[in-house]
Each structure stands twice: as structure tokens, then as C-alpha cells.
Design a binder for this molecule. Structure first.
Ligand code: CA
Length: 237
């Protein structure tokens, strides 16, 4: 017997978009709840316990940014944001909001389903193999089990995909990973294409980690983390 279908909450006030997104997700085997209201969305997150939220940026009451921020205060529930403009992307993925991914309208509903599936596969696969892993790189300490990143004694708040991307690079330190590889490993997409979300996440990581950021751009190829310098604690021991 297959597992119970996962619920996807679709928050979108344009009825035509909401209904075709819902139809495609239902076809893909998900239970779908829809609402046009940000406030109602927060209530449904509590009552329906969705596995993922597809969240439109512009809503009539509470906008998508505020809804996502409030979801993030309590959980790592995956959020795929829908936006009308590319310019919103830095903000959405960024510092305060912390969406897992975004799609710019108009989008291909098949691609939306592929991304939803990939995000859910990633979020349920997390855990076991990483539970007790801690990586140190200079002043940066990343604890996979606690999903915690610290620079010295200061904890750095990272959005879920920022954390996963940082971990993937640290875990492969010394190797260059292409944007497509990172997209596949962190977001779970197997098709090549729009890798901008990788660049946006790297930019946010650098902003948050400051001088402690270990990420190096390899022009024309992708990103890497240099082999770890000796951590201070180790050298003092
Ligand atoms: Ca809207």
C-alpha cells in the first residue's frame, strides 16, 4: 500500500491560476487545498499540516512575503513562491523571507509539479545519514543534525535551502560543483535550465556569513569551497 497522499496548499488569488495548479497537482497524486487569502493560508498551515505550500507573492490581504515569514518562524515547511516579476527574487529567497524556491509567471505547470515533487523528495529524504555530522571550516561550524550554522559563537539564521546548499559545498570541499549539479543535489531537479536560484542563494549565504563565507566562485563553471583551513579549536588543542 502506498503512503497517504501528501497535502499541498496552494495560496493564489487569481482563480484561473489556482485552479490549473490544483488540477496538475491532483493529477500528480497530491491532495490539494486552495485559498486566495494569506490569513486563511496561515490557519490552513496549522490545521491541515500541508507538506508544502505554493504561495503567490501578491495577495489581497496578507502578502506572500509576510505569510512566508510567519511560516518560517515556526517551521522549515517547504515554500515554493510564485511571482510576477524577476526583480522580486532576491527578496523572496533572501534574508528575511526564506522561500525554498520560486517560479516566475507565466510558468509551465508541469515544471511546477516537477519542482514540488523534487522539494518533497528532498525534505523527506533528509536526516539519517547526516544526523551527527558537523563540518568546521575556519570560524564557520555547521551542524547538520541541528541544522545550525555558527560563526564563532554567533548563530547565523539560514533559510532551509541556504543551509542545504552550504552543506553540499562544504561536504564536497576541494571540488568544483557546477550550477546544474548544485540544482540537482540541493533542489532535486534533474533537468538543466534556470540555475539562477543557485546564484541567488549563494549571494544570500555570502551576505549572511560575511568574511566567514567559504564559497568561491569558479568563473564559467560553478562554485566550490576550498579545502578546510585548520579550525581554531583544533589548532589550539
Ligand atoms: Ca496574486
Amino acid at each position: 500500500m502506498a503512503a497517504a497522499p501528501q497535502t499541498v496548499l496552494v495560496v493564489e488569488d487569481e482563480a484561473s491560476i489556482a485552479s490549473f495548479v490544483a488540477a496538475y497537482l491532483k493529477n500528480a497524486g497530491y491532495t490539494v487545498r486552495t485559498t486566495a487569502s494569506g490569513n486563511e493560508a496561515l490557519r490552513l498551515v496549522d490545521s491541515e499540516k500541508p507538506a508544502l505550500v505554493v504561495l503567490d507573492l501578491m495577495l489581497p490581504d496578507l502578502d506572500g512575503v509576510e505569510v512566508c515569514k510567519r511560516i518560517r518562524q515556526g517551521s522549515d515547511l517547504p515554500v515554493l513562491m510564485l511571482t510576477a516579476r524577476d526583480e522580486d527574487v532576491d527578496k523572496i529567497i533572501g534574508l528575511e523571507v526564506g522561500a525554498d524556491d520560486y517560479m516566475t509567471k507565466p510558468f509551465n505547470p508541469r515544471e511546477l509539479v516537477a519542482r514540488v515533487r523534487a522539494i518533497l523528495r528532498r525534505s523527506t529524504a533528509h536526516g539519517a545519514d547526516r544526523e551527527s555530522a558537523v563540518i568546521r571550516h575556519g570560524d564557520l561550524v555547521v551542524d547538520a543534525g541541528r541544522r545550525e550554522a555558527k560563526v564563532g559563537d554567533q548563530e547565523i539564521q539560514l533559510a532551509p535551502k541556504e543551509f542545504d546548499l552550504l552543506w553540499e559545498l562544504l561536504d564536497h570541499r576541494g571540488l568544483v560543483l557546477t550550477r546544474d549539479q548544485l540544482l540537482e543535489r540541493v533542489w532535486g531537479y534533474t533537468f538543466a535550465g534556470d540555475t539562477r536560484t543557485v546564484d541567488v542563494h549563494v549571494r544570500q549565504l555570502r551576505r549572511k556569513l560575511g568574511d566567514a563565507s567559504p564559497i568561491v566562485t569558479v568563473w564559467g563553471v560553478g562554485y566550490k569551497v576550498s579545502p578546510a583551513p585548520t579550525a581554531r579549536e583544533d589548532s589550539a588543542a
